[in-house]
Design a binder for this molecule. Structure first.
Ligand SMILES: NC(=O)c1ccc[n+]([C@@H]2O[C@H](COP(=O)([O-])OP(=O)(O)OC[C@H]3O[C@@H](n4cnc5c(N)ncnc54)[C@H](O)[C@@H]3O)[C@@H](O)[C@H]2O)c1
Length: 252
């Protein structure tokens, strides 16, 4: 029996990239895993990754911009899986644009998804735990841009700094309920989508790579391992922490 057996984790934005890899690692570590995304049909490959480990999987659609959608996805997951013990707030959108050119609507869209969506996912999940008198754990996907300034990504970086703030404040608020809230801050990680973007902009790839002391980008596995650790029982006294996974980028 693994330590997390019988526990249910919910991952947002789990169709591709870090969300899919995280669902895979959580199932490896013994969790049953509910996966959500804008389009439920996109989750088929992730479901297969979870079931390969002999774990139960469940898929439902979720748009974190809408609190009604958040409530519906949480209710559907509780109906399908019986409960939720762990929440991974992975859904997020990037924006690369010089600060002088950012439009208000672009600013609002990124903060709505990355900040407001994360906050109300945490709140609705925590209400479920408090209502059922159970402990639980949340891991939010922040970024190295939460702690360093980088040219051309202010709106995204501000949103991830807010995710780090959500993590600290909710950890302090909810420790009394036995709810842990931590964050992982990946550096540039070559998911398929990110690798395709880099292939189209080789000079951007080289600039990013040149700044990483370890001389390589992150792999999705690097982040998924950190998220699975903070989600599960092996980190039970770690609370309110931002764990950067960045090849030493943020210490230089
Ligand atoms: N890849 C990186 O280099 C990197 C670095 C630092 C942080 N991150 C963060 O990690 C997380 C995952 O990154 P990724 O590279 O795998 O991204 P990705 O674009 O591959 O996946 C993001 C997922 O979020 C979903 N999503 C977008 N808007 C949504 C909404 N309104 N409601 C619900 N789901 C929505 C997308 O459908 C997608 O499945 C993001 O929060 C990202 O900011 C990524």
């Amino acid at each position: 029996m693994t330590t997390n057996e019988g526990q249910v984790a919910l991952v947002t934005g789990a169709s591709y990239g870090l969300g899919a890899m995280t669902a895979d690692y959580l199932a490896r570590d013994g969790f049953d895993v509910a996966v959500t995304d804008l389009n439920v049909d996109d989750l088929a490959d992730t479901i297969a990754l979870i079931e390969k480990h002999g774990r139960k999987a469940f898929a439902t659609s979720l748009d974190v911009r809408s609190v009604d959608s958040i409530d519906a996805a949480i209710a559907a997951t509780i109906e399908g899986m019986g409960k939720i013990d762990v929440l991974i707030n992975n859904a997020g959108v990037p924006l690369s644009k010089p600060a002088l050119d950012v439009e208000p609507d672009e600013f609002d869209n990124v903060q709505n998804i990355n900040v407001r969506g994360c906050y109300f996912m945490c709140q609705r999940f925590a209400r479920h735990l408090v209502d059922t008198d159970r402990k639980g754990s949340i891991v939010n996907l922040a970024s190295t841009f939460a702690v360093i300034g980088v040219p051309g990504v202010s709106v995204y970086g501000i949103s991830k700094a807010a995710v780090a703030g959500i993590t600290r404040h909710l950890a302090a608020d909810w420790a009394k309920y036995g709810i842990r809230v931590n964050a992982v801050g990946p550096g540039a990680t070559e998911t398929k989508i990110r690798a395709a973007n880099f292939a189209a902009n080789p000079e951007v790839r080289e600039w990013n790579l040149s700044r990483i002391p370890m001389g390589r980008f992150g792999e999705p596995e690097d982040t998924a391992e950190a998220v699975a650790f903070l989600a599960g029982s092996k980190s039970e006294y770690i609370n309110g922490h931002l764990l950067v996974v960045d090849g030493a980028l943020t210490v230089t």
